[in-house]
Design a protein around this ligand. Structure first.
Ligand code: PLP
Length: 433
């Protein structure tokens, strides 16, 4: 056996000895809302990539991008170092002058919701654009379509929305408004990997979709994300913003992919200036390392099973909670939606005999993790308070969710035993009333 084979074998042994255990003691073991689910395949891929010592994006990144594009049914996938970076890249791409009359310029408006993860809306501010906030519907926690229709002004250039907690927003309605007003659409698919609308993957309807591979998400690389698109021009622009702003599209370690590396003349540079060092955008470096991608390659194989577990866990909880629909607004979804759920969201009704804070405190004491709907209403967050924006309404449902909403996990790490523990704990609390 060669040295590498020995290392791989020992790695598998290490996994079994040190990492495999998942013993559960009710009331003692924390039932998290999300987390990494992996086995020795992720670990051996990680070790193999470290032994390659390529470090920056390489063979695993290329493999992941190709396999992920195939899984999603999209033409291209560009890996990046986080979902937040993917959001930043997707929106920044729209500010490229290569888009001619469709270029998004400072002061233009982007429609979104305030019930968001902060880095879905942060790129709007970071690009000197103006967010236009619409309210959400209770039950789906997705954009209210009537408000979306009313939000469009002569300055509106795009729509940037997440499929909240894996639940697809009304894609037919959003696409109709996008097309009617010739707007860009970016789908933040970070919480919705594997969700479908009318049989097609969410994230592939808009001009671009974004993904996150942070450990809480459907699959993980530790840190990681991606932008997906079918549009070759956007692909090139996203890559440029991701890779320092360069005009050249060679992969790391490659030269002269265009076949005329020393035959370009751009800007005021002399003819023949090395294309590798011509910059067409004010860019970033948001690339992924090959070790992250290596973990992702192993995770991707498990994704269909993960999606099934999430749906099963969600269905189990939904069935359980039907008896308590007097106390909670239960999750709702559109007829064409097949969500790959990120979590199970509960909104405590006004008439319930307990508050959200009471039930959340009980669950956390019972070692069951809860989460809010991310930033809740970003406008109530210190970072966003004094920034320019437009709101279509008072965002009443958004505020209702801030005060009364929370969610628990459905991730594949919650097995039958843990699921049973969760519903028993809820029963204990709810039978008090
Ligand atoms: C909807 C949504 N978008 C974007 C992100 C940011 O992803 P990341 O943590 O990979 O930066 C998250 C975070 O988890 C998210 O929930």
């Amino acid at each position: 056996m060669g040295t590498k084979e020995k290392i791989i074998e020992l790695t598998r042994q290490y996994y079994t000895e040190q990492l495999q255990s998942s013993e559960f003691t009710p009331g003692e073991t924390y039932v998290n809302y999300a987390g990494r689910v992996f086995d020795d395949d992720e670990l051996t891929n990680l070790i193999e990539s470290s032994l390659d010592f390529w470090l920056t994006a390489g063979r695993y990144a290329a493999q992941f991008e190709s396999e992920f594009s195939e899984f999603m049914g999209t033409r291209s996938c560009m890996l990046t170092n986080s979902g937040s970076s993917a959001n930043l890249l997707a929106l920044s791409a729209l500010t490229s002058d290569k888009l001619g009359p469709r270029q998004v310029k400072p002061g233009d408006e982007i429609i979104t919701v305030a019930a968001s993860f902060p880095t879905t809306v942060a790129p709007i501010y970071q690009n000197q654009l103006v967010p236009v906030y619409c309210d959400i519907d209770l039950g789906t926690c997705n954009i209210n379509i009537e408000e979306l229709e009313n939000a469009v002004s002569s300055k509106t250039k795009g729509i940037f929305l997440a499929h909240t907690l894996g639940n697809p927003f009304n894609i037919d309605a959003v696409m109709r408004i996008k097309e009617k007003h010739d707007l860009w659409l970016i789908e933040d698919n970070c919480d919705a990997l594997g969700s479908k609308w009318d049989g097609k993957m969410t994230g592939t309807f808009g001009d671009m979709g974004t993904e996150s591979f942070y450990p809480a998400h459907h699959i993980t690389m530790g840190e990681g994300g991606a932008v997906i698109t079918d549009n070759p021009q956007l692909k090139k622009i996203v890559r440029s913003f991701r890779d320092w702003g360069k005009d050249c599209w060679c992969d790391s370690g490659m030269d002269n992919t265009c076949g005329k590396r020393f035959e370009w003349q751009l800007g005021d540079l002399p003819y023949g200036y090395d294309h590798k060092f011509i910059f067409s955008h004010i860019g970033y470096n948001l690339k992924v390392t090959d070790m992250q991608a290596a973990v992702g390659v192993a995770q991707l194989k498990k994704l269909p099973g993960f999606v099934r577990s999430r749906r099963d866990n969600f269905a189990f909880l939904h069935e359980f909670f039907e008896q308590y629909s007097g106390h909670f607004i239960l999750p709702q979804w559109q007829d064409k939606a097949e969500p790959s759920w990120f979590g199970f969201f509960l909104t405590v009704k006004e008439e319930a005999p307990f508050s959200k804070n009471q039930i959340v405190a009980f669950l956390e004491e019972s070692k069951i993790a809860t989460r809010t709907l991310f930033a809740g209403n970003v406008l109530r967050q210190p970072a966003f308070a004094d920034k320019e924006y437009r709101a279509v309404s008072e965002l009443r449902n958004t505020d209702y969710v801030v005060e009364n909403g929370f969610w628990i996990g459905v991730y594949p790490g919650i097995d039958k035993q843990r699921m049973q523990y969760i519903v028993t704990a809820f029963e204990e609390f709810l039978t008090r009333f």
